[in-house]
Design a protein around this ligand. Structure first.
Ligand SMILES: [Zn+2]
Length: 182
């Protein structure tokens, strides 16, 4: 039996990206729960919102998942080999490696991703902004609500003095509009 015909299969990638509290994880989890395909869900070990084997949202929904430090750790996992769909939460923490990983693995599996596009200094965070430029990607830029004026918020503000990286679930970060991001 030959699998050479599979070489050209380019599965669609779905991406939910935006600031904190924009329901990215909620959408990811909803799709994961609704899907009847063989699937797995992962997050990064930096995701400290809950226990190590649980993926959850700010709304309190959760499912059993796996947390890893490097995306390449999942390659040898039984669940990964069986999965047709791979759901990745907190994608920003996987850095540039996620782009390389997905560019190759998307010929074998369907990926659904959620994560931040920018850090609180408005610098690119991880590789979602590169991934959405790939072919056959359906991306949803998710707005939150500005914590000051309640209008659409696409940015995350650090309300204490700190640099760069955003730690998930932290109360030190607020979603905000461009006007109130300083
Ligand atoms: Zn505002």
């Amino acid at each position: 039996m030959t699998y050479s015909h599979l070489k050209d299969v380019l599965y669609p990638i779905k991406v939910f990206y935006g600031p904190m509290f924009s329901k990215k994880s909620t959408n990811l989890l909803k799709m994961y729960i609704d899907s009847k395909e063989p699937k797995m869900i992962i997050s990064h070990t930096f995701d400290t919102r809950c226990d190590s084997d649980v993926i959850n949202t700010h709304d309190g929904d959760y499912v059993k998942g796996i947390k890893v430090k490097s995306i390449y750790e999942i390659l040898d996992m039984k669940d990964y080999k069986k999965a047709k769909e791979v759901y990745i939460d907190e994608s920003q923490f996987f850095g540039k490696k996620l782009y390389n990983f997905i560019s190759k693995e998307r010929f074998k599996k369907k990926f659904i991703l959620a994560g931040l596009d920018l850090d609180s200094d408005l610098n690119q965070f991880g590789s979602l902004l590169d991934i959405i430029k790939l072919k056959n990607v359906i991306s949803h830029r998710m707005p939150s609500k500005c914590y000051i004026c309640n209008s659409k918020a696409f940015y995350t503000l650090c309300v204490v003095k700190k640099n760069g990286q955003i730690l998930s679930g932290s109360s030190e970060y607020k979603p905000c509009c461009k006007v109130h991001h300083k």
